[in-house]
Design a protein around this ligand. Sequence first.
Ligand SMILES: [Zn+2]
Length: 279
Amino acid sequence: MRNAELKDQRRSALQPPVLCYHRIGGPAELGVTRVAKSVFARQMTTLARAGWKTLTLDQFAERLRPGHSAFRTPHSAFLLTFDDGYASLAEHVYPFLADVGFAATTFLVTDYVGRLNTWDVRYTWHRLAHLDWDTVGRWQERGFDFASHTASHRRLTWLSDAEAAAELEQSRETLLHRLGPQAARAVAYPFGARDERVERLACAAGYELGFGSVRGNGSPLALPRLPVYLWDVGSVPFGLRGDGLGWLGRTVAHAASRCAVGTSLMLKLLSAPRSLLPL
Ligand SMILES: [Zn+2]
């Protein structure tokens, strides 16, 4: 094994696991990222009872620093994250998490805070509402973290340098202005899509941490996350299981996140001039 690979492996062994949820409960959808409320509640209660703790973004970043001793924070600690920032999080997810003593980091599509999810493919009959700034501010005061999911949720790897930089920079500026520097340090790339160019642009925009899909590459701007999908209905999500089922679940999640390219393609077609659309 090459030295660099070995170093990456050691670093990812030190990285606490990062779970990635999207929508909890609410109307059914055609996609696979909605997790039922009862499943989510069972998973969080099981983890809390088993002694798992959630990390704040600060504590997570601290764990990544070279020379950090893993003994300073509990072994069973993870970062709980939500993508897209749907309004329903504040209705039944955050209050439930606060009850079990957990906190979470939510990645906001900053141009759509307080608006409907018109950026997405229409998976549900009605459009879904996003969190608004007042609600975000209230939960930030209660120890919940917020960060960037770019300005308008476009697939960064398909954009020009200027477009991708604008998505990253404008979103960070908005967060800095609305919520302060704590909210401007991390980004979750839409669809988990990143490459070396995107990592470079995120770094230039001022982000310290960048979250991608199931596989990372050892860089703080290409951190792996473990998505929880519709079929992940056990008491402990696949991402935190050490057994064979956990490995299988993570492999399926990797395949599914690659399929997210289908959603991006559909969005691209829908936003294309009419003459480019198939009849
Ligand atoms: Zn997203």
